[in-house]
Design a protein around this ligand. Structure first.
Ligand code: NAD
Length: 357
């Protein structure tokens, strides 16, 4: 344990020093600096990857890792619904990088995107609980029909070995158990949570029926560089950071005592990379991807104020529909079967994210 903590400390110091020295000149180098830890032992120059949703927050961080570690090919499929080309600008001249603008709701597009690909990380979806409450049909089309298209394309592909997909902690729904363990879930609390649960059901059925290899990653509140603070459905950490930058009071939904297992994006990147190459026992399983500690929104806000050195008082609004009260992951299963070992704590992640923000 102590050795792990020391390694993490060294990495963070290294990353922070690299970040501060170069970030002013070129913001993209921040992401490059974050590639320092290695999450793979396989030679990536022998493999081709498809990242759906690669122009988005988590996907673009994964693209950065793979290209930074000499992957043979990294193809992104994205319709730019909530992602941004600017997240991929740094890779535009890299001969191993390809961008395919297209929609996962179209089966032929999914098939084309998988042509010649070994490993798929399926990140494309419409995130956000409130978005799905306001427009359940579109969330269903993208998150369920789009997902099903990806599975059908995988089933018909001659090259794809494995598809890793973004599942969600929202699948725990109304379960009161803490920490959350993979095999005990509750009932979904939002249309978004239904779509993510359906993904897991389809992945399981496809594996049993057609033998397709899938690994599901239930992310717990991921945050980090490239997470957008704009739009009606922005996540809480970029919203708080934007408020600090603008010196405006943010609104905390409810009393702020709700807790979350906030997860720095590098930990999610690690889980994806490990899942690509994990042993057979990990196939057709779902894993919690988190740091394994929870903090309240009030504490998060206090931490951010102290990191930024800016003192603003938050305002409080009504609680949000469909939100769970508390969230904390047990990550033993991912540790065991994926050899996942999250290196960045919430505080370390917040510091790195604020520096880039
Ligand atoms: P994001 O919105 O930044 O990225 C999603 C990407 O998918 C975007 O680039 C978007 O343009 C693309 N996309 C959306 N609809 C598409 C379509 N029809 N066809 C092709 N591309 C499409 O979100 P993110 O936070 O990076 O989330 C990535 C994945 O992780 C999603 O599946 C999300 O549901 C899941 N997830 C995220 C979190 C989190 O805390 N960020 C937590 C749990 C699960």
């Amino acid at each position: 344990m102590k050795a792990q903590r020391d390694t993490a400390k060294i990495l963070v110091t290294f990353v922070k020093n690299s970040v501060s020295s170069v970030v002013k000149k070129n913001p993209h180098l921040t992401i490059k600096a974050l590639q320092t830890p290695k999450y793979h032992t396989t030679d990536l120059s022998k493999h081709s990857f498809l990242i759906t949703g690669g122009a988005g927050f988590i996907g673009s961080n994964l693209v950065a890792y793979l290209l930074g570690n000499n992957a043979k090919k990294v193809r992104v499929l994205d319709n730019l619904a909530t992602g941004f080309r600017k997240n991929l600008d740094a890779f535009q001249d890299n001969p191993s990088f390809e961008f395919l603008e297209g929609d996962i709701r179209d089966l032929e597009t999914c098939k084309k995107a998988m042509d010649g690909i070994d490993y798929v990380s399926h990140q494309a979806a419409l995130g956000s609980v409130p978005r799905s409450i306001n427009n359940p049909l579109t969330s269903n089309e993208v998150n369920v029909t789009g997902f099903l298209n990806m599975l059908v394309a995988q089933k018909e592909s001659e090259s794809v070995k494995r598809l890793v997909y973004a599942a969600s902690s929202s699948t725990y729904g109304d379960s009161k158990n803490l920490p959350k363990v993979e095999d005990t879930i509750g009932k979904p609390l939002s249309p978004y949570a239904v779509t993510k649960l359906v993904n897991e059901l389809y992945a399981d059925v496809f594996h049993k029926t057609y033998g397709t290899e899938t690994v599901g990653l239930r992310y717990f509140n991921v945050f980090g560089p490239n997470q957008s603070p704009t739009g009606a459905y922005a996540a809480v950490i970029p919203l708080f950071m934007q408020a600090l930058k603008d010196k405006k009071s943010p609104t905390i939904n409810g009393d702020g005592e709700q807790t979350r297992d906030f997860t720095f994006v590098q930990n999610a990147v690690q889980a994806n990379v490990r899942a690509f190459f994990a042993k057979e026992e990990a196939v057709n399983e779902v894993f919690n991807v988190a740091f394994g500690e929870r903090i309240s929104l009030n504490t998060l806000w206090e931490n951010l104020k102290s990191i930024s050195g800016i003192d603003i008082t938050a305002t409080y609004g009504p609680p949000r529909k469909g939100d769970v009260r508390d969230s904390l992951a047990n990550i033993d299963k991912a540790r065991k079967l994926l050899e996942y070992n999250p290196l960045f704590s919430v505080k370390q992640g917040l510091q790195l994210t604020w520096e880039q923000f």
